[in-house]
Design a protein around this ligand. Structure first.
Ligand code: NAD
Length: 519
């Protein structure tokens, strides 16, 4: 389907069009933003059946998963942005400060410009339309480069975005590596990249040439720590659902389960039970199980499974031609196993036995920071111990995968799983520049701030000092930290000194001052 790719020569023209439209200022009024945000929602709503069909063709995905992973989180982003954009864009005054009050200092949320969104294939609507909503909410123009791995979805996006949205402000560029490389030669005002780490580095290097700020939403291997104090049936069900949905092609999928050796056989037997219930006629015949996005990825997973020293207790079959990798559980996986290398991004759940929770924590700490850490335990102290000793984009107890669907949650990684956010207020802030502004009346120089002009006079040195914010109390060993309070003594002495020092000046130059105040 590469005939649908955007010609390379058109790419600079797309950016120029988006930039001109942005400079026309029409993306800024809040009413316009709200109208376009709502339109993103209706673009999806009016075409749900077509999108479900496209996702069936691209990923062999059941409609329920499309509702759960693509529609639901996108509608959530639309609703959150629509309801909050007025609040987010409101001009903010600074905290009360006598030194600057006359200047009426304010902070204004201004759009950065044209946002480039380069996106992954696995939840292609949420990962393109969600960030687009944030770009619209912040008043920016945007160009989306969806993953070429889902061509049927892309055809629909390219058809519908210009129909539902301002066609000069918001664009889709279709293509693969050649097109993305061309795109990256250009200067953007912010780049949001969602995908693997290798390409993330290419994006970061290209952005550095233009000093373009970027957000990287990468992947990783998400661990699960299981405590024997769990509802075992629920644990098995949620683990398998999290791992096998979308055939394991979800960035927040649980990838490996750290389980105490004493509890390992109980967990394995619960997982086998749940597996049987999920796929009573076998996963290959189930319409609830998706396919791998490309034959290359299916072959990659096949290669990894061949190299494992672990014990395959469920699944393991691969049919590369059909892009089918069976939902698979591998038991007794060790740290050195081939499956413990890179993120798999496929339906393979690894069971890694450990002695206890301390060994589980050490295992996680020894690896790159993942997008999510999951804990299955009824014991709050156990949950807290794991979460406080590890770092990750999300920390969920007794659940997996769900966090991007929760309204108000930012979505983002930390360390090797990326930086920045692509949902909620935090994504709006990323595409926003907080521009500070003030307007200083001329009488301020006469009354208060005149001492700053040369020739400098040592007499006024103390007033310069008074402009400094008072430091908190000096920390002393063993002293308790005090709560921040209003620095009354500082303010009173400042006001009194100012009046005492400027009064003679005012009296001498009374007429001057009055004239200035009147003007
Ligand atoms: P990918 O990195 O292969 O592709 C992502 C995008 O990069 C695509 O649009 C692709 O066209 C482009 N691209 C590919 N090669 C390129 C190159 N050489 N130069 C420039 N651009 C190039 O990722 P994918 O296979 O589509 O998605 C899977 C990865 O995405 C996984 O690692 C997964 O964890 C991650 N992911 C992360 C999140 C998150 O929220 N952090 C969400 C979804 C997916």
């Amino acid at each position: 389907m590469s005939e649908q790719y955007t010609p390379l020569d058109d790419i600079p023209r797309v950016l120029a069009c988006a930039r001109n439209a942005f400079l026309s200022d029409r993306a800024k009024p809040v009413a316009f933003r709200k109208q376009q945000i709502a339109q993103v929602g209706y673009l999806l709503k009016d075409n749900e059946e077509r999108f479900k069909e496209a996702l069936k063709l691209d990923l062999g995905r059941h409609a329920v998963e499309t509702e759960l992973f693509d529609f639901g989180p996108t509608y959530k982003d639309v609703r959150v942005a629509y309801d909050n954009v007025e609040k987010w864009t409101k001009v903010q005054p600074i905290d009360f400060n006598l030194n600057y009050i006359a200047m009426r200092p304010t902070i204004k949320a201004e759009p950065k410009g044209v946002i480039l969104i380069v996106s992954a294939f696995n939840v292609p609507l949420f990962l393109t339309l969600g960030p687009l909503v944030s770009a619209i909410a912040s008043g920016c123009a945007a160009v989306i480069k969806p993953s070429e791995a889902v061509p049927h979805v892309n055809l629909l996006l390219a058809e519908l975005i210009p129909k539902y949205l301002d066609p000069e402000l918001y664009h889709v560029i279709q293509g693969g590596v050649a097109e993305t490389s061309k795109i990256l030669e250009l200067r953007w005002d912010h780049i949001l990249y969602i995908g693997g780490e290798r390409v993330g580095r290419i994006i970061a290097q290209a952005a550095a040439k233009h000093l373009t700020p970027i957000t990287l939403e990468l992947g990783g291997k998400n661990p699960v720590v299981v405590d024997p104090k769990v509802d075992i049936e629920m644990t098995a069900r949620r683990l398998l659902w999290g791992r096998f949905s979308n055939a394991g092609q979800v960035c927040t999928c649980p990838e490996y389960v750290l389980v105490p050796r004493t509890f390992q056989s109980t967990l394995i037997s619960a997982l086998k039970d749940a597996y049987g219930k999920f796929y009573p006629d076998g996963p290959e015949n189930s319409d609830s199980f998706s396919r791998i996005v490309t034959r290359e990825h299916a072959a990659r997973l096949q290669g990894l499974l061949k190299r494992t020293n672990g014990e395959i207790v469920c699944g393991g079959d691969v049919d590369v031609e059909k892009k089918y990798v069976a939902p698979t559980i591998v038991n007794n996986v060790t740290a050195e196993d081939a499956l413990m290398g890179e993120e798999m991004f496929g339906p393979v759940l690894l069971i890694v036995p450990v002695e206890d929770v301390d060994e589980a924590i050490a295992f996680i700490q020894a690896r790159e920071t993942p997008l999510a850490v999951y804990v299955f335990s009824q014991d709050k102290k156990f949950q807290e111990k794991v979460f406080s000793s590890t770092r990750s984009g999300a920390a969920l107890a007794n659940e997996t995968v769900l966090s991007p669907a929760v309204p108000g949650f930012p979505v983002g990684g930390v360390g090797a799983s990326g930086y920045g956010y692509y949902a909620g207020k935090q994504a709006f802030e990323q595409f926003t520049h907080y521009r500070v502004s003030l307007d200083n009346p001329s009488w301020v120089d006469t009354l208060v701030f005149g001492f700053r002009f040369p020739p400098y006079n040592d007499r006024y040195k103390k007033y310069v000092r008074m402009m400094h914010a008072p430091l908190p109390p000096r920390p002393t060993k063993g002293a308790k930290t005090t709560k921040p309070g209003f620095a009354w003594t500082w303010w009173i002495s400042f006001v009194v000194s100012m009046l005492v020092s400027t009064l003679p000046l005012i009296l001498v130059r009374k007429n001057d001052v009055l004239r200035k105040l009147r003007s």
